[in-house]
Design a binder for this molecule. Structure first.
Ligand SMILES: [Zn+2]
Length: 221
């Protein structure tokens, strides 16, 4: 069930008070419209009616897609230490509550970045797995190894059997696109599964570039 609450927020720029609807939980089944709002960056986004200042609300949110057996725990945060603490908390509380027993065959993801949340939803909507996608993203970035550190690669879309990635260069302040045949994804996905990668979770997972690096080093889940 999708859950929200109203919060009175003071604009950090002009101090005007306004009411914001904050979503703590989004279940796709009963709120397709809400999912659309999420994908267009409108959910939990504060926008001041007076000065138009906008910012993401610091509220954690749980995204649940029963059909895709996907659950994403989103805790907005850009601090590395805090991120790891939040992840520990999520893992600990799910073990204590016993919720994992009910989530067999699910993919459980923990993310702290709004764009990462949207990216994962899109990947699963395209019937692909983010674990394999993270490995392919490493390959895409390694095409220009010198600049890999300064670039962020995100899944864009999959159309006509071609996967398109958006690459943002933080130094050049430029966005590039890179294309990979869907066939490459299928081949690598099969190889990763054969080498032991699990296409579902046994607990909450952080699937990112470091996960993909560990996977390539022979670590399986
Ligand atoms: Zn304002």
């Amino acid at each position: 069930m999708s859950l929200n609450l109203k919060q009175n927020v003071k604009c950090p720029k002009c101090s005007q008070m306004s009411e914001v609807t904050v979503w703590n939980s989004i279940t796709v089944k009963d709120s397709e419209d809400l999912k659309h709002d999420l994908l267009t960056g409108k959910v939990n986004m504060f926008r001041c009616p007076s000065c138009s200042y906008s910012a993401l609300m610091p509220t954690p949110m749980l995204y649940h897609d029963e059909d895709k057996r996907l659950m994403i725990s989103f805790s907005p945060c850009d601090d590395v230490v805090l991120k790891s603490q939040l992840f520990d908390n999520v893992q600990k509380s799910s073990k204590e509550s016993g919720e994992l027993d009910k989530l067999e065959g699910y993919n459980l993801r923990f993310v702290t970045d709004y764009n990462e949340l949207l990216e994962k939803i899109l990947i699963f909507d395209n019937d692909m797995n983010d674990k394999t996608m993270e490995v392919i993203k490493l390959m895409v970035l390694s095409q220009d190894l010198e600049k890999a550190e300064q670039r962020v690669c995100r899944f864009g879309k999959c159309q006509d059997e071609v996967i398109e990635f958006m690459i943002y260069d933080t130094i050049e302040n430029q966005t590039y696109t890179s294309k990979v045949p869907k066939e490459t994804y299928d081949t690598i996905h099969k190889q990763l599964l054969e080498s032991g990668m699990k296409p579902y979770s046994f607990g909450w997972e952080m699937v990112d570039a470091s996960y993909a690096t560990r996977l390539l080093n022979g670590f399986n889940n």
